[in-house]
Design a protein around this ligand. Structure first.
Ligand code: DAS
Length: 354
């Protein structure tokens, strides 16, 4: 007689807890604003490409999307107000340290970073490597300023806050949401510079976000965030790494100038699968002999794939290959890796794992 009574009480209690959970406080999401087109303003509604980036402050961005309040408790911080082509290593470190501090706070459930689209992919990858958290960190930009017809920034920002507030975005590394897609900060790149569908991942997005709900189709395969060996709180400077572009009739001048300017590693943005013109090889071998690391990547558009000892005898030359990272991402990883090691075999391990 007593058993049914107690089981009914347990069911009643569970029901109360469930309804309480439904009224639980919404997640706390912090928006860190850095500038870019998402904060841009043009003279006319027809100016979708002629405008000034980095004009609108974060509080105005938030006020422009009142629906954010239905998704999370949102507050904003204006970290920078710049076009992202002007990001420096110091900007990366400042932003990374702020993200790390917020991620450690119990009252922060997710972080959104509004950012210019030009180097958004570099910042996203950098944070993916150095922020020790499972909490959602979502970067977002826009291809049109908020003053233009069919501006994409409002929905992009709503999507980013929805993703950052969603528990199922935890542990998936740094995310980039543009054009309703959820992309890995590692893989995504700006492939087209005039369309709202500008950002693509060579191996596909992780998922889609529709009406504020995440739909996942795949998970990141490489090390990131909490599982990374790198920690922003232990990095004070980022070594200089330069990129030299491979093309027909190329000379060694750019590589030599980068080394003379203090580059600790040079990313060869090669044709095809990281090919190196035969007249440039001696100069690169000489630079390697002077202690500068050479990293072969590919500048093909929709995704390169560089393997060791395919186009060049990397073992013999003691060069590193960037695997599927494009040159600008290879620069980020090389700089972060050089904060830990100068050993080329260790550098290569890091390029395989991240
Ligand atoms: N100049 C671009 C930048 O700030 C504008 C943009 O597309 O966001 O990256």
């Amino acid at each position: 007689m007593f058993k049914p009574f107690f089981s009914r009480c347990a069911l009643l209690a569970a029901g109360c807890l469930a309804s309480l959970a439904a009224f639980a406080a919404p997640p706390n999401v912090v928006i860190l604003a850095t500038g870019g087109t998402i904060a841009g303003a043009g003279a006319e509604a027809t100016n979708s490409a002629t405008y000034q980036a980095a004009k609108v402050p974060v509080d105005k961005l938030i006020a422009g999307v009142p629906e954010l309040a239905k998704v999370a408790n949102v507050r904003g911080e204006q970290v920078f107000q710049i076009a992202s082509e002007s990001f420096t290593n110091e900007h990366l470190l400042t932003l990374g340290k702020r993200v790390s501090a917020l991620a450690k706070q119990a009252d922060v459930d997710g972080i959104v970073i509004t950012h210019g689209t030009d180097t958004l992919e570099e910042t996203a990858y950098f944070l993916n490597l150095v922020i020790k958290t499972d909490k959602p960190i979502v970067l977002v930009g826009s291809m049109r300023p908020g003053t233009a017809m069919s501006a994409d920034g409002m929905l992009n920002l709503y999507n980013a806050v929805s993703a950052a507030a969603a528990g199922d975005a935890r542990g998936k590394g740094v995310l980039v949401t543009m054009n309703d897609e959820l992309n890995s900060g590692r893989d995504v790149s700006k492939m087209i510079n005039i369309q709202t569908a500008a950002f693509k991942s060579p191996w596909g997005p992780l998922g889609m976000i529709v009406e504020g709900k995440n739909y996942w189709f795949r998970l990141p395969a490489k090390r990131h965030t909490a599982n990374s060996e790198f920690d922003i709180d232990k990095i004070e400077t980022l070594p200089t790494v330069g990129i030299a572009y491979g093309h027909g009739n190329v000379a060694a001048t750019a590589y030599q100038a980068l080394a003379a300017g203090g580059a600790k590693a040079i990313i060869h943005a090669g044709t095809g699968n990281g090919s190196v013109a035969r007249n440039v090889v001696p100069a690169l071998r000489e630079l390697r002999g002077q202690g500068v690391h050479i990293v072969r990547s590919s500048h093909v558009n929709a995704g390169g794939f560089v393997l060791r000892n395919a186009e060049q005898p990397d073992d013999q030359y003691d060069w590193v290959v960037a695997h599927d990272l494009n040159p600008q991402k290879a620069r980020i990883l090389a700089s972060v890796a050089l904060t830990k090691t100068q050993d080329s075999k260790e550098l290569q391990r890091i390029f395989w794992e991240y």
